[in-house]
Design a protein around this ligand. Structure first.
Ligand code: NDP
Length: 323
């Protein structure tokens, strides 16, 4: 089968299209014929060797995908071949076939296309946990969404609006802000607007924002603390700037702020939190209230370009690769 292979870590063009053996499912595993792969910022960081966990080479990237159940490994029950599923695994999806543990399967609402299903698991579970599980968002509250036109950003705006929150969306270009407004953002701000801190205060009646989904990091992390309301929560989800961030405990103490880290991989092992998120998300997606935003779509052979475009901030919605 055709698949992408990384033999040494580095920039996206270290990935090569190769002829690879079709993977065989072991006990408790399922083989999927991959239809669409969702590309996350984490995939780019993993290929660069800069992710939260160590990347072992050689490997085939791709953690999030949708496809058709092909072969069941020993001991797998309750799953039918020929059915479309979404999968969330460690690696291996950038290929014609991928093997995933049965526990990594996510049922797909019937109203989603393969690309929409591949755009769903990482961004929507992360957004849900940021807003609800760790953010304790309440209807009528303000939330600040950074990188608002990206995969996580668009999911966060949609979910926040479905939860009756007021959204301040930040992004780097007017076109990106236009997308955020289309999805329901109440206030939009250019990431480099020189008056952004004051404008956030003004929009929130002078108090600041009670909940901030922080994905940029570096200097922007300190700025998020300035934009937060007293007793506000900053949920640290990403560090797209790849710059170090500094935290002064005194600044948290003075305004009773909370900084909470969020990593979806470790939250997925919390079965209760995952079940609750899955139920709520299934209702919202099934009813059409939220629709995964499919971004630019690339062929498998163009995977490196897809990764580079994501890193260069050229994309909106979820970048998709179709093997
Ligand atoms: P996106 O589709 O949001 O793409 C990344 C976006 O980040 C860019 O479009 C850009 O938007 C913004 N950005 C800001 N600063 C930079 C920079 N210096 N370099 C590159 N991009 C920058 O990607 P994802 O939805 O996959 O991820 C968004 C963030 O959320 C990432 O930080 C990612 O690591 C994190 N994340 C974390 C998870 C977790 O479990 N902790 C799960 C999912 C995502 P703009 O041009 O508008 O600034």
């Amino acid at each position: 089968m055709r698949g992408m292979l990384v033999e040494r870590l580095g920039a996206p063009d270290v990935m090569e299209l190769r002829d690879l053996p079709v993977p065989q499912p072991g006990p408790g595993e399922i083989r999927i014929r991959v239809e669409a792969v969702g590309i996350n910022f984490a995939d780019v960081l993993a290929v660069a060797g800069e992710y939260l966990t160590r990347t072992r080479v050689p490997y085939t990237p791709g953690m999030e995908f949708a496809g058709i159940v092909d072969v069941l490994g020993e001991g797998v029950s309750g799953v039918q071949t020929g059915v479309r599923v979404a999968g969330l695994g460690g690696t291996g999806a950038l290929a014609e076939y991928a093997v995933v543990p049965a526990a990594g399967l996510i049922p797909v609402p019937e109203n989603l296309s393969a690309a929409q299903a591949a755009a769903f698991p990482v961004s929507y579970f992360t957004a849900y946990h940021g807003l609800k599980t760790l953010g304790y968002a309440q209807p009528g509250q303000w939330v600040l969404v950074q990188a608002a036109a990206g995969a996580l950003g668009t999911a966060s705006i949609q979910l926040a609006k479905a939860m009756d929150l007021n959204v301040i969306a930040m992004a780097s270009t007017e076109e990106k802000l236009e997308l955020a407004r289309t999805l329901g953002a109440d206030v939009t701000l250019l990431q480099d607007d020189p008056d952004r801190v004051q404008k956030v205060k003004d929009a929130t009646g002078g108090r600041g924002v009670p909940l901030i989904l922080e994905v940029v990091g570096g200097k922007r992390f300190q700025e998020s603390l300035k934009m937060a309301a007293p007793r506000g929560r900053v949920i640290v989800i990403g560090n797209a700037s790849r710059e170090p961030a500094h935290l002064q405990p005194g600044e948290l103490m003075k305004r009773n702020l909370t900084v909470t880290g969020l990593w979806l991989t470790s939250l997925m092992s919390d079965q209760e939190a995952t079940r609750e998120a899955a139920q709520e998300l299934a209702k919202l997606v099934g009813s059409g209230k939220v629709t995964p935003q499919v971004g630019p779509t690339y062929a498998l052979a163009d995977s490196a370009r897809a990764f580079q475009d994501l890193m260069d901030r050229k994309t909106t919605g979820k970048v998709i690769i179709e093997p």
